[in-house]
Write a protein that binds this ligand. Sequence first.
Ligand code: SF4
Length: 453
Amino acid sequence: MSDAVTPSVNVPRGEFDFEHRPETDQSFENALAKARAGDRLSVADGIELLTTGTDRSGIDRERKERVLEAADRRRAEVVGEEVTFVANLNNNVTTACNTGCLFCNFKDRSEQFRASHQDDHDGFTKTPAESREIVRDAAERGVYEVTSVSGLHPAFALDAEHREILEASDREDLNYRPPGEYEKDPATYVEQIEAMSVDGVHVHSMTPEEAYHARRGTDWSYEEVFRRLQAAGLDSVPGTAAEILVDEVRNVICPGKIDTGEWLEAMEAAAEVGLDTTATIMYGHVENEAHRVLHLDRIRELQDRTDAVTEFVPLSFVHEETPLAERGMVENGATTHEDELLIAVSRLYLDNVDHIQSSWVKYGDAQGLKMLTCGADDFMGTILSEEITKRAGGDYGEFRSVREYADMIAAIGRIPVERSTDYRQRRRVDPGADTLGPRLGPKADGTPILTDR
Ligand code: SF4
């Protein structure tokens, strides 16, 4: 038995009276043996690995290293030594949102955006013309993916038909106000997608939560919504707004959001119409290890049904300046041990998802690189703008050039590879080349995205 045991659970996390607890009738050694053999893991196995054994409290460092090693080996078997990244841009359309998720500091209450509101605020809304300008400028620089995730602005409608339905409705529960009441009109989702679908740029947008907003007040199916968006230029769907896919956790951290079943329904619909998706987990707030593994289990089942999930993205909760922290419901985020184990167990549990992402925005450069030895194989993207994490207190900057990627990945002895959003196009990058910029996009010719990097 190792004597190097460190506390694993933040104090407040144990205080919630959840039905699901990290308790199993499995043993750590059995779970690890199954993981090493490549057997499909059960929820109990996952909990054993994530806790480094429920037979003792805290994280056992020696056991943790064995889990990380098993995950790193699995990573090598599944995807080899390549580490991928994409040349992308974040263009979030608006920060106006009434949903009130307690982990979020990206939103600004939408009342502040109304024309009648007198006080200043630092939120923003972009028109489709502004979005197009931003994406076009990025495309000129060689960027070929735009990720767009926005607040649920009350004036947003899917399209003109949806707006008519919303205008004609007298329901007060629809979270709708006409665009004329706001300083700036975000127009419709379809118009925003059309605007961003320019110069061959891949549009990665419309989370399940946004898709729900885009059909409120109608009996349209999610398939119908995604079909219209796809016709406007949508290429793939980010599986964000997942947080933890267990309703007893969602009820605490985001009671205004769609529930687990609805999230999964929307994701299946996106896959059904032929859109690729990603999937995420946001952990390290009020949930426990049982919730994390149940989440992984739901993603694995989703992937069994759809085969549309291109990558899994673990997002460690950035607690600073969020209502959860301000209300004293959490005192900190996940520990580094927890982060490493989450990446590793994601790799071992999700036997049907090829790519696990390490987010340097959440973990920082050094730890982000470390995650590439814990089971991760994708290192995000260049990200020309990253409002979401910046506003929630993350402090790891907003942009990584192709050169920085090449140097960082080569420094840990792995192979830097530029990829397309869907991983179908891949290009090995030579860190020794004089100039390094993206080459996979329609306008990407190897020139650096920014002149000085
Ligand atoms: S997470 Fe999204 S839906 Fe929730 S408050 Fe923030 S912007 Fe709104």
